[in-house]
Design a protein around this ligand. Structure first.
Ligand code: MTE
Length: 303
């Protein structure tokens, strides 16, 4: 039997009463409905934070997903239109087994882990999210990374008929991101297919999205359809849009301010009006695990 985070933590800590009852009702209903999405279970991980996660409501109603609009509530309002089944991810470039992979091939049920991570947006708000997913390294090992590959590039689905934001030139679509290979192989880096016990909500990047907890949230690209191994540093969307404000690395760093605002503190979503701001931690609190990836690098120049 697999233990989940909810087995070791009182439900009331992370699920408000309303949510708890709704989840119970939904479980009852899904048992009767053939084809209804099953609950996901992830093995607990030593990489999880002990901090209290945000509620499901908060995590799914305050989002950045510009494909659905620039407002924080736009993704929750419009993402239902996105078709996520069937879905496949094209993996190519410098790999031994290029091809089109189903989400279940990349993140099979028996490999799922629970990773409760801090999420720090470059806009200086933060949350704690109980993701469910698999290490990106496990996927890269499956497809076989060829010697000479140095970077991993990612692309979000391009589907303007379902994503109203893509009909406007808000960004240069499709949304693109990239990691250095050692960042991609780091055990903290995951491809997430769910949160709490639910398949990934569409507004959070269904059916599969990247999560890199020590970097600003914009690196954690949603609704991925393409992963490419390459020997050249890929150009990411935000970096391309505004290179003086959004770098390739985008490591959370309280000592390097955004040109238009401080990065020294953050607002925890849902903390309440009088909670006050929290100090932002170097590498978002993951310095012990990741600082050595950047040994000797000038982090002011490589923001
Ligand atoms: N991925 C895509 N495709 N489009 C986006 O607009 N926004 C990014 C990131 N991934 C974004 C994206 C930003 S700025 C943040 S902070 C996180 O998603 C937010 O993730 P969440 O909505 O699940 O909290």
């Amino acid at each position: 039997m697999k233990l989940t985070w909810s087995d070791v933590t009182p439900q009331s800590v992370f699920l408000d009463r309303r949510r708890f009852m709704a989840a119970g009702a939904a479980l009852g209903a899904s048992a009767l409905l053939p084809g209804a999405a099953a609950a996901l279970t992830g093995t607990p991980s030593p990489f999880s934070t002990a901090e209290t996660p945000n509620t499901f409501e908060q995590i799914t109603n305050y989002n950045n997903f510009y494909e659905f609009g620039t407002g924080k509530e736009d993704p929750a309002r419009y993402a239902a239109a996105l078709t996520t089944d069937p879905w496949s991810v094209e993996i190519g470039g410098m790999v031994d087994r290029p091809g089109s992979y189903g989400v279940e091939d990349l993140a099979p049920d028996n490999a799922l882990e629970e990773r409760i991570y801090r999420l720090r947006c470059v806009e200086a708000w933060s949350m704690v999210v109980p993701w469910i997913g698999v290490p990106l390294a496990s996927v890269l090992e499956k497809v076989g990374v060829q010697p000479g590959a140095k970077f991993v590039a990612f692309e979000t689905v391009m589907r303007p008929s379902e994503m109203p934001g893509q009909t406007r030139a808000i960004l240069d679509w499709p949304y693109r991101e990239g990691l250095r290979l050692d960042e991609a192989m780091h055990p903290l880096t995951i491809l997430a297919t769910g949160l709490y016990s639910e398949p990934m909500p569409k507004q959070n990047g269904a059916p599969i999205r990247l999560v890199v907890p020590w970097k600003y949230g914009f690196k954690s690209i949603k609704s991925i359809v393409r992963i490419t191994l390459t020997d050249r540093q890929p150009l990411a969307t935000w970096q391309q849009m505004q290179p003086s404000e959004y770098g390739f690395y985008a490591n959370v760093n309280p000592t390097v301010d955004h040109p238009r605002w401080s990065q020294a503190t953050e607002r925890r979503v849902g903390a309440g009006l009088f909670a006050g701001r929290e100090e932002t931690l170097m590498f978002n609190g993951y310095a012990d695990q990741v600082a050595q990836l950047y040994a000797g690098m000038d982090l002011k120049a490589n923001y």
